[in-house]
Write a protein that binds this ligand. Structure first.
Ligand SMILES: NC(=O)c1ccc[n+]([C@@H]2O[C@H](COP(=O)([O-])OP(=O)(O)OC[C@H]3O[C@@H](n4cnc5c(N)ncnc54)[C@H](O)[C@@H]3O)[C@@H](O)[C@H]2O)c1
Length: 250
């Protein structure tokens, strides 16, 4: 098993790519903590993993809440004795409004998508340091690398922040054997909070720009996250991995 003995927190794991990653990590032997604002949905994913023979639990966490981060990480270390992996996956979509300069949307996008990742790193590093190392995988997006006409500018700015924050944290913690990498999914199943980008006509326009000619599947992102989280990626830090069917290569 690729994650035997590892303890992992995955934010936003009540849904989408986070849920797929939680299930895959558990199949690979990890003890998984699903951390999300969606409590019934998160508990359901944990129960599914348990029924399949894996180890998973749910912790309520709003990634913008510093006190909650502190409490969740402390509880995980108290319960499991360590923290090896953090996947900063929770996110807010960039198409909740068609007003691409709405200031409230900017604040929400930066709070969840960027500050949430910063807080995760801040509280995961001390127990990883104490254990002699760890792996942090941050969910950016192809939107962290390029501009798009159909998303709020705060989405691309927040995902760009995740991209650079990843490199900065990788440099800061390299000597402590804490690796930090970013994953950049392309066109995937719509986020729960997506509006315009969930519209079938808009989705087809986006898919038409993907060299592979289709959207990705959640498992196709979960496997690259697994690789970066695992010891197989022991000399990889500060890297960005595009999982986009060729979108950024075109
Ligand atoms: N779906 C896509 O097309 C796509 C493409 C590129 C990148 N991404 C990124 O991948 C990640 C996962 O996206 P997804 O498609 O699985 O989305 P999703 O909407 O299905 O899941 C996001 C999860 O994050 C949780 N969440 C939102 N705000 C939170 C908060 N404040 N605190 C804790 N949890 C919170 C939600 O409850 C949900 O469970 C996100 O960071 C997203 O920006 C998505």
């Amino acid at each position: 098993m690729r994650l035997a003995t590892k303890v992992a927190i995955i934010t936003g794991a009540a849904s989408g790519m986070g849920a797929a990653t939680a299930k895959l990590f558990a199949r690979e032997g990890a003890t998984v903590v699903i951390a999300d604002v969606l409590e019934p949905e998160g508990r359901e994913i944990a129960a599914e993993i348990g029924k399949a023979g894996g180890r998973a639990s749910f912790k309520k966490l709003d990634v913008t809440d510093e006190a909650a981060w502190k409490a969740v990480v402390a509880a995980v270390v108290a319960e499991h004795g360590r923290l090896d992996i953090l996947v900063n996956n929770a996110g807010l979509a960039g198409s909740t409004t068609r007003d691409y300069v709405d200031t409230d949307a900017w604040d929400a996008l930066m709070a969840i998508n960027a500050k949430g990742v910063f807080l995760g790193i801040k509280y995961a590093v001390p127990p990883m340091r104490a254990a002699g190392g760890g792996s942090i995988v941050n969910l950016s997006s192809l939107s962290g690398n390029v501009g798009q006409s159909y998303t709020h500018m705060g989405y691309n700015a927040s995902k760009g922040a995740v991209r650079t924050l990843t490199k900065q944290a990788a440099v800061h913690y390299a000597k402590e054997n804490i690796r930090v990498n970013s994953i950049h999914p392309g066109v995937m199943p719509p986020m729960r909070t997506a509006k315009l980008t969930a519209d079938p006509v808009q989705r087809q326009r986006m898919i038409d720009r993907v060299p592979m000619g289709r959207a990705g599947r959640v498992e196709e992102v979960a496997y690259p996250i697994l690789f970066l989280a695992s010891d197989e990626a022991s000399y990889i830090t500060g890297a960005e991995l595009w999982v986009d069917g060729g979108y950024l290569a075109a």
